[in-house]
Design a protein around this ligand. Structure first.
Ligand SMILES: Cc1cc2nc3c(=O)[nH]c(=O)nc-3n(C[C@H](O)[C@H](O)[C@H](O)COP(=O)(O)O)c2cc1C
Length: 170
C-alpha cells in the first residue's frame, strides 16, 4: 500500500517528526511504501473559496503553491496519515490549510484509509480528533486508527509500539 504522510509540524525534528518516523519505519518493514510530505514547512495558502477549481480549473486550484506537489501525491496514494502537534486544541494552521485545499478535488481518487498521529503537551486531543473524523467522513476514508502522545508519552517506548501496531494494521 502507498501511504502518504502529512507531517504538519513546522519543527523538522520535533515530537511529531518522531511519531512520523516510528510509523514510517514500521510501515516500511511491513512492506508498505511511505512518502512523507513536510506540509508544516511547505508554502500552502488557505482556500480562497473562489470556486475556480469547480469551474474553469476543473479540479486545479487557482493558487500556484506547494499544494500542487501535495495533490500529485494525494492522487496516487492508497492511504493518508495526518500527523500534527496540537495548537490551541486544533491541528496546526499549516496542515489545516492543506486539508482545506482538498476542496479542489472533492475526494482523493484512490485512497481508502486514513490515520491520525497527534502530539501535545496535555492529554486533550478531542477537538482535533473530531475535526479529523469529520474530514475523513467527507472524503470517504475509513479510519485506520489514532495515536496520541501527551507530555512524557512523547518519544516513549509505549508510543513507539502503538505507532508500529498502527503501521502493521494498514
Ligand atoms: C502555538 C502552540 C500552541 C500549542 N497549543 C497546545 C494545546 O492547546 N494543547 C497542548 O496540549 N499542547 C499545545 N502546544 C504544545 C505542542 O502541541 C507540543 O509541544 C507538541 O509536542 C509539539 O510538537 P512538535 O515538537 O512536533 O512541534 C502548543 C504549542 C504551540 C507552539
Amino acid at each position: 500500500m502507498k501511504i502518504l504522510v502529512f507531517h504538519g509540524s513546522p519543527r523538522a525534528k520535533g515530537n511529531t517528526a518522531w511519531m512520523v518516523d516510528e510509523f514510517r519505519k514500521a510501515a516500511e518493514a511491513a512492506g508498505h511504501g511511505v512518502e512523507v510530505l513536510p506540509v508544516g514547512r511547505m508554502k500552502i495558502a488557505g482556500c480562497l473559496a473562489c470556486e475556480y477549481c469547480h469551474g474553469k480549473g476543473a479540479g486545479a486550484c487557482v493558487q500556484k503553491d506547494d499544494m500542487e506537489k501535495v495533490m500529485a501525491s494525494v492522487r496516487e496514494c492508497d492511504a493518508i496519515v495526518f500527523a500534527t502537534p496540537v495548537y490551541y486544541a486544533g491541528m496546526t494552521a499549516q496542515i489545516s490549510a492543506a486539508i482545506q485545499r482538498f476542496y479542489a478535488i472533492g475526494k482523493p481518487p484512490k485512497a481508502t484509509k486514513a490515520a491520525l498521529l497527534m502530539s501535545g503537551a496535555a492529554p486533550d486531543f478531542d477537538p482535533a480528533t473530531a475535526t479529523y473524523r469529520q474530514f475523513i467522513g467527507v472524503m470517504g476514508l475509513a479510519d485506520a486508527g489514532v495515536v496520541t502522545a501527551a507530555g512524557d508519552e512523547n518519544r516513549s517506548p509505549a508510543k513507539a509500539e502503538a505507532l508500529a501496531a498502527l503501521a502493521k494494521g494498514f
